[in-house]
Design a protein around this ligand. Structure first.
Ligand SMILES: [Fe+2]
Length: 193
């Protein structure tokens, strides 16, 4: 199992990001300590919690529990305020379906939470989820600044054709994934009200 430090390092400087197009790199705050911010005043949209949230997920960065299967995915970004300033210590709680579109409803597979670092950075090692029923590929999040309200939302994957039948799909919640070998990396900054 990868440590949080290893995952953060891989996300920030290693897996995938070196292959990102220049236009994407320019938008990747993880690579720039003082990024330009064009999202001021617009908090991240909410999305439904759905039936599969379970409280009490483990605190960790690798939610795969060492199980084989699925396409590895590094997902990360920052937690920002509406002025694009990092929010240190924000809670980021993730839960998602596996590569067959199933949720672990009795254990903790593909579930976990962590707290953003001093620069507001967070990152998880997970796998690419499969769509299920009318739902397109998505990963659920609950994000909360210390002492603040909870933002419940979902992130989606560009190019997923099942978005056409997903009433919950929101293009404002698209990840920026890229492929690098067998691993994908996706970036998203949560902006909290
Ligand atoms: Fe879901």
């Amino acid at each position: 199992m990868q440590s949080r430090r290893e995952i953060m390092r891989a996300f920030a400087a290693g897996v995938g990001l070196t292959a990102m197009p220049a236009a994407v790199l320019a938008e990747a705050p993880l690579l720039d300590p003082t990024p330009a911010c064009d999202i001021a005043g617009a908090p991240t949209p909410t999305a439904t919690t759905g039936p599969y949230f379970r409280p009490g997920s483990p605190e960790r960065a690798d939610v795969t529990e060492g199980r084989p299967g699925g396409t590895p995915l590094l997902i990360g970004g920052r937690t920002l305020d509406r002025n694009c300033r990092p929010i240190a210590g924000a809670l980021v709680d993730l839960w998602q379906a596996d590569d067959a579109g199933r949720y672990d409803t009795s254990g903790t597979y593909l579930r976990g939470h962590q707290y953003a670092d001093d620069d507001g950075r967070w990152a998880f090692a997970t796998i690419v989820p499969a769509p299920y029923r009318f739902r397109s590929m998505h990963i659920h999040f609950r994000v909360q600044r210390p002492g603040g309200p909870v933002l419940t939302t979902q992130l989606f994957f560009p190019g997923d054709p099942s978005q056409d039948r997903d009433p919950q799909f929101d293009p404002l919640l698209l990840l920026t994934p890229i492929r690098s070998g067998a691993t994908r990396a996706g970036h998203f900054d949560f902006v909290l009200a």
